[in-house]
Design a binder for this molecule. Structure first.
Ligand code: NQM
Length: 292
């Protein structure tokens, strides 16, 4: 499999300046492969996207911290993610992908390394299987650690997934709003069903990220803003945001991270909403011990 590069080396500097302490709550690292080989089951083979590159981007975009989410290309070996967290000097925490047979000592090791959640990925193009029963066992085991569950799925399986989500005993964070069809507009069936899910389940949060993946129009993402801003305004205490750098699988539509940051004040139009989205909410999940 040839290696893919999915980010721009010199993104524009955004016009929008995030508030002090802002957290980019959805990023990944890839490798470096020489130290942290990719999974034999990986569905893509990216070029190295290293911790140093991530931290340089963080500083350029005006963020203070990152949440590093284990990407499917590293399978259930979280060493690349742990390495990046360790190198961040306290400015990163992470979300792991774990095997159902992980033991308690290994979970504790992940916790000590800065992991605060596990990710369940339901995208068939990224993973071979997504066993709900085993995921539920994992969710029950990580709950006592104070961790949460991150779930990645597409809108067409939301209805089928709801009983599973309802059985999870922790906070749940949905990646990229469960990938609604943005072309349906603000009153569309996908986003309406998703908003209903959050109305019905106060423990479900969402990342209001993924403009570059979800917007048929592309920059400046007017279609995404029209659909997503009402979600931020309705659930100001249950939203997170992230660049999704290094944008896995986006080789055909590589986004400019500066342009993505400039979407933030359009989906969160007040300073209060921005502070909740970028600081208060991610702090509650990832650095709760630092809250007053
Ligand atoms: O990173 C994302 O948010 C989205 C991904 C990649 C991914 O999740 C993974 O590899 O684990 C995607 O849609 O290809």
């Amino acid at each position: 499999m040839s290696r893919t590069k999915t980010w721009v080396d010199q993104p524009s500097t955004p016009s929008y300046a995030p508030p002090p302490g802002a957290i980019d709550a959805h990023v990944h690292v890839f490798g470096p492969e020489a130290d942290f080989p990719f999974s034999p089951k990986a569905k893509y083979h990216p070029e190295d996207a290293t911790p140093e590159m991530l931290f340089a981007l963080r500083d350029q975009l005006g963020f203070a911290r990152n949440v590093i989410v284990q990407a499917s290309c590293h399978g259930t070996d979280n060493e690349a993610t742990l390495n990046a967290i360790a190198k961040s000097g306290g400015a990163a925490r992470g979300v792991a992908v774990v095997s159902p047979d992980i033991d308690d000592a290994e979970l504790q090791k992940l916790h000590d390394g800065g992991i605060r959640g596990v990710r369940f990925n339901f995208l068939k193009r990224l993973v071979d299987d997504a066993p709900k029963d085993k995921f539920l066992d994992i969710a029950r085991r990580i709950a006592p650690l104070g961790w949460h569950v991150v779930v990645y799925f597409e809108a067409d399986i939301l209805e089928e997934l709801e009983p599973f989500l309802a059985a999870i005993p922790t906070t749940i964070v949905v990646d990229h709003l469960g990938r609604p069809d943005i072309a349906q507009g603000p009153g569309g069936a996908d986003i309406t069903r998703f908003v209903q899910l959050l109305d019905d389940h106060p423990n479900i949060w969402t990342k209001v990220s993924g403009a570059e993946r979800l917007s048929p129009q592309g920059p400046p993402f007017d279609d995404f803003v029209a659909v997503i801003r009402p979600v931020v305004e309705r659930f100001p205490d249950r939203v997170l945001w992230g660049t999704d750098w290094p944008h896995p699988n986006m080789e055909h539509r590589i986004p400019d991270d500066g342009t993505l940051v400039d979407v933030i004040p359009r989906i969160a139009p007040t300073a209060d909403l921005q502070r909740k989205l970028l600081v208060d909410n991610p702090m509650r999940l990832y650095w709760p011990e630092q809250l007053g």
